[in-house]
Design a protein around this ligand. Structure first.
Ligand SMILES: *Cc1c(COP(=O)(O)O)cnc(C)c1O
Length: 809
């Protein structure tokens, strides 16, 4: 159907007729989007089936990436691109008087994630399929993705994101593959022929129904599967005996309570509360996922003794760590294995990625919630803990403190990170410096116990989405210059290095950046009415709002810059446009205050004519993947300013670098490796190092008040938080002021301020020399290949999963 534009046109017209009963003239953009979407899926179905058949017949080892979040964004453009049919499609539609862009604009973002962790899972899926690797995703089909953000009077307002309103063209519901997941009830032990059996009774039965989404590799035949589970009531099995048959309301209530399991994504502020529904979600998708993997494995093998040779299961953070006791349960209770054999298989099957060192983000479940909800799983966790502590006792006799610290069950809590480490053969951090911190601090005792488990896999992003699709002009220039091998071998972007100093290449890179900035400026004008100067430096910070990411440092610096401009309107600065995008978790008050502050400062600054347009501030609402795709290609400066030691890796930093923005950042997370790649002269580094930050924490922090009293610029901006200088609506920012001064600035905002301001001055100086600037920009693009998720996924495949490419015939 995509063999030529003529064939395409014919089939598209037919599809509109058969699906919508409309002609091209009558069809709405949604109709056209649906029709095209179905054509793409039908077209990829052949390869999807071929891929499944091939994996089945060759019985190759497969990996399943378990993640509570998959932040997919839109899929139409990348699917067309990966299938290699976007050109045909665009031309055919053009001849029908339709713009492909208008159709693609209809697609809602699949926002089934909060931020970096969920987007990482989505990038990995693209790389797995594009590298011919047999790897699939397993997650939850949330009815509501991450909330939609509106800004009203400068405040964040959250609206439900009902992304399934028009249906989801990419999914196939497979009710025949539904499985049962059991909650609550009791476990009865029974002895038969010298063996103990564990019978789970009086449980609540939930039906897990899979929705499969094809994951299409780049111009190869591989189509892997993302399986998302939806919770449905199991009315058939409903225990009608226990309630009055006429009590229809009870049935409806049961139905509602079951469906609530896959209703919404928790908006996560890295502050894990022990919410029972979240624990239900975790067990729900992990149990369903494992059951379905084992069911297909069983079609080929009689026993599960070699399970780990054919199946790898990766858990993205500790959210899916219940895969460990659940696999134990299946191997023992359903397959009849003894503990030792089941444990050996489980550990060899499972691997775990840690994503944070923030202690408030470590998941812990109160036993009071855990045990009644998952009685059999609790028994198994209890036994894992028992045996683990016994092993520790043998290794460290008498060292109660250490054993208590490492225990999986302690202080009335299930410690999910400890379970994940004990129950897997590989534990990895997501950037070198992060992995070193894990080994030296957070997980020190575990590292000492089993050093071989620990390894680093620096994160990556799919350069196909984040460069080829989102910045087609730059991608075109690159291909023209070094050929198109970089699309499948991103390390080859390094060939651009030799063009970094070439005048005409620099000029063309600059022109493309300029066009991208004009596009973004147009969007800003449309959305907010604000005119921004496209000759100004586009200085961008887009990411979740969190204290450790220090949007507040950025704002305080802008306030200071504004003060200096007011004092001296002739101050010689290159005009700047500061662009923000960020969602704050609904219950995270400080983060929401920062959003209000940004908008408050913006309102005053953007109106002030005396500063001669040298400073503009834009807050773009509802930051999400599709908005990131529009912002990042237009950025000159990438703000990656987390408090050293707090950002595990970051992936936004990689997207910006790949699009030619220069990083202004701390030596934290993957910034350290970006710095190493591009060298001192092609990045703006400031602030405390990880080592300095950690030793400062170890010494009990520093005195923020001293800096406040000593530095007039800092004192002025902090006072402006609470003296009404910026707010015409009388709003004060006492909470921010308090966190910095009274609460002693946990994230070194004041301590890093002057170093940050100096770095901004260096940006200003550097931007005046355009030749040098674009040399820097090109060097960043050239070295961004290392940060492709193709590299990351290859490392996981080789060192952790032991899986190999499979060519689909
Ligand atoms: C990449 C990405 C992130 C992660 O950004 P960081 O700067 O690494 O925190 C968050 N949200 C969206 C929508 C993204 O695309």
């Amino acid at each position: 159907m995509f063999s030529s534009k003529e064939v395409f046109k014919e089939e598209f017209i037919e599809k509109l007729e058969s699906m919508q009963g409309k002609t091209v003239e009558e069809a709405t953009n949604i109709d056209k989007y649906q029709a095209l979407g179905h054509m793409i899926r039908e077209y990829s179905n052949k390869n999807w089936m071929a891929t499944n058949t091939c994996y089945f017949e060759k019985h190759e080892k497969q990996v399943y990436y378990f993640s509570m979040e998959f932040l997919l964004g839109k899929l139409m453009e990348s699917n067309l691109m990966n299938l290699g049919v976007r050109g045909v499609c665009e031309e055919g539609l053009h001849e029908l008087g339709i713009r492909l862009d208008d159709i693609e604009a209809q697609e809602p973002d699949a926002g089934l994630g909060n931020g970096g962790l969920g987007r990482l899972a989505a990038c990995f899926l693209d790389s797995l399929a594009s590298l011919h690797l047999p790897g699939h995703g397993c997650g939850i089909r949330y009815k509501y993705g991450l909330f939609e953000q509106k800004i009203v009077d400068g405040y964040q307002v959250e609206l439900p994101e009902y992304w399934l309103k028009e249906g989801n063209i990419w999914e196939i519901r497979r009710s025949n593959l539904a499985v049962e997941v059991r909650f609550g009830g009791e476990v009865r032990m029974e002895e038969q022929n010298g063996r103990w059996y564990f019978l789970h009774e009086k449980y609540e039965s939930v039906l897990a129904v899979p929705y499969d989404v094809p994951v299409i590799g780049y111009k190869n035949k591989t189509v892997n599967t993302l399986r998302l589970w939806s919770a449905e009531s199991n009315i058939r099995d409903f225990d009608f005996q226990t309630l009055n048959k006429r009590d229809y309301h009870k049935i409806l209530e049961y139905k509602r309570s079951v469906e609530s399991i896959s209703e919404l994504l928790y908006p996560d502020d890295s502050n894990h509360e022990g919410k029972i529904l979240r624990l239900k979600q975790q067990y729900f998708f992990v149990s369903a996922g494992l059951q379905s993997i084992i069911r297909s494995y069983r079609k080929l093998e009689d026993t599960l003794v070699d399970f780990h040779r054919k199946v790898a299961i990766h858990i993205n953070d500790t959210h899916p760590a219940l895969a460990i006791p659940e696999l134990m349960r299946i191997l023992m209770d359903e397959e009849g294995m003894d503990w030792d054999e089941a444990w050996k298989i489980t550990v060899q099957t499972i691997s775990y990625t840690n994503h944070t060192t923030l202690s408030e983000a470590l998941e812990r479940w109160p036993v009071d919630i855990f045990k009644p909800l998952l009685p059999r799983i609790y028994m198994i966790v209890d036994e894992i803990n028992e045996r683990f502590c016994r092993e520790l006792w043998e290794k460290y006799p008498g060292d109660w403190e250490r054993i208590h610290k490492m225990a999986i069950l302690a202080d009335g809590q299930v410690k999910m990170a400890h379970l994940a480490i004990a129950g897997s053969h590989s534990v990895n951090g997501v950037a070198e410096v992060h992995t070193e911190i894990l080994k030296a601090r957070e997980m020190k005792e575990f590292y000492e116990l089993s050093p071989d488990k620990f390894n680093n896999k620096t994160n990556g992003i799919t350069h196909r989405r984040w460069l080829l699709n989102t910045n087609p002009r730059l991608a075109g220039l690159i291909t023209e210059t070094i050929g198109d091998r970089w699309i499948q071998h991103p390390a080859e972007l390094l060939h651009l290095r030799k063009a970094a100093n070439d005048n005409s290449f620099q000029e063309r890179t600059a022109q493309i950046k300029q066009q991208n900035k004009e596009n973004l400026a147009r969007m800003i004008k449309d959305k907010s009415g604000l005119l921004v100067d496209t000759q100004s430096i586009f200085d961008v910070q887009v990411k979740r709002l969190h204290a450790y990411k220090r949007q507040i440092l950025n704002v305080l610096h802008i306030m200071d810059l504004y003060n200096r401009l007011r004092a001296n309107p002739n101050l010689d600065t290159v005009p700047r446009t500061f662009i923000f995008g960020a969602k704050a978790a609904p219950g995270y008050h400080l983060a929401k205050s920062v959003i209000k502050l940004i908008n408050t400062v913006a309102a005053k600054v953007n109106r002030d004519k005396t500063i001669q347009g040298k400073l503009k501030i834009v807050f773009l609402e509802n930051y999400r993947v599709s908005l990131a795709e529009k912002i990042i290609p237009a950025a000159d400066i990438s703000e990656q300013i987390s408090a050293a030691s707090k950002e595990a890796s970051g992936t936004g930093n990689m997207k910006f670098m790949m699009n030619g923005a220069i990083t202004l950042g701390t030596l934290d997370g993957a910034n350290v490796e970006i710095h190493r790649e591009v060298g001192d002269n092609n990045i703006f580094i400031f602030g405390l190092t990880v080592e300095e930050a950690l030793s400062c924490y170890a010494g009990g922090g520093y005195r923020a008040k001293d800096i406040y009293n000593r530095d007039l610029r800092i004192k002025t901006v902090l006072d402006q938080l609470v003296n009404g200088f910026f707010s015409d609506d009388g709003v004060q920012f006492n909470d921010i002021y308090y966190s910095l001064l009274t609460n002693n600035d946990e994230f070194f905002v004041l301590k890093d301020f002057s170093s940050y301001a100096r770095a901004h001055q260096m940006v200003d100086d550097a931007y005046r020399n355009k030749k040098r600037w674009y040399e820097m920009s090109i060097i960043n693009i050239a070295h961004s290949g290392k940060f492709s998720s193709d590299r990351t996924v290859s490392e996981y495949a080789e060192h952790i999963w032991n899986i190999h490419p499979v060519t689909i015939s």
